[in-house]
Write a protein that binds this ligand. Structure first.
Ligand code: SAH
Ligand code: DHB
Ligand code: MG
Length: 221
């Protein structure tokens, strides 16, 4: 098993179970044209996020880490007409590209993209009583995952789901002495989860066109 095979299978899945459409394609194309890094979720992962949002009947979604809004589009499509998604992004170019992509997908009325470091925006959301959010997707800088998770618990309700991306990192999560702050961010999350009684959590390893990684899913009890 190797990367070539994982990518080929992801391609096959995209051709069958997870067909794309004009808005999703345009979002990826505009992101690549604007030279955003190609680190969006894959189509089948995007659809998994959408399924989670539907399972919790989400009317409010919080995303931390927008990039070009590709995962945003998948998630926002799960919302009812008056549902709302707030997505946090630190990079102004990314927010510009994402807003255009979301508009092209016809979702501007449901999506608000807030520019700024998420650790500054999250307390504001709490002050504004913007929550509770039914689904929270943590996918920004990995060093701050523990803080994002703590804020997510504050902004969630019983029955919310919190999903954290990129938690296996090609297996680097095993390296307890890693000097990589991203790895340490994930390891600290796992230590928190080991003690956290407020959630029921699991982590699933994934392979695909983005390589070997994983997601954590935490259900708020
Ligand atoms: N969720 C997107 C991918 C996000 S990539 C998708 O799947 O389509 C991670 C994003 O987090 C990048 O756009 C990066 O600029 C942003 N980011 C990094 N540090 C951040 C911070 N401190 N606050 C908010 N966003 C941040
Ligand atoms: C990176 C970030 C992501 O959210 C991702 O899915 C893959 C890679 C990164 O910062 O390298
Ligand atoms: Mg990610």
């Amino acid at each position: 098993m190797n990367q070539e095979q994982w990518s080929a299978v992801d391609h096959y899945i995209s051709q069958t179970v997870v067909p794309s459409d004009a808005a999703l394609e345009a979002a990826l194309e505009a992101s690549s044209k604007a030279e955003l890094p190609s680190i969006a979720v894959t189509p089948n992962q995007g659809k998994l996020l959408q399924i989670f949002a539907r399972l919790v009947n989400a009317s409010r979604i919080l995303e931390i880490g927008t990039l070009g809004g590709y995962s945003t589009i998948w998630l926002a499509r799960a919302l009812a007409k008056d549902g709302k998604l707030i997505s946090l992004e630190v990079n102004a170019k990314h927010t510009d590209v994402a807003r255009a992509n979301v508009a092209r997908a016809g979702l501007s009325g449901n999506v608000e993209i807030r520019l700024g470091p998420a650790l500054e925006t999250l307390p504001k959301l709490a002050e504004e009583r913007a929550g509770p959010f039914d689904l929270i997707f943590i996918d920004a800088d990995k060093a701050n995952i523990p803080e994002y998770f703590t804020w997510s618990l504050k902004l969630a309700r019983h029955g919310s789901v919190i999903i954290v991306d990129n938690v296996v990192r090609k297996g680097a999560v095993l390296e307890s002495n890693s000097s990589d702050v991203d790895v340490q961010g994930v390891r600290k999350l796992n230590e928190m989860l080991a003690k956290e009684k407020r959630v029921t959590a699991t982590t699933i390893q994934t392979v695909g066109s983005k390589g070997y990684d994983g997601i954590t899913i935490a259900f708020v009890n």
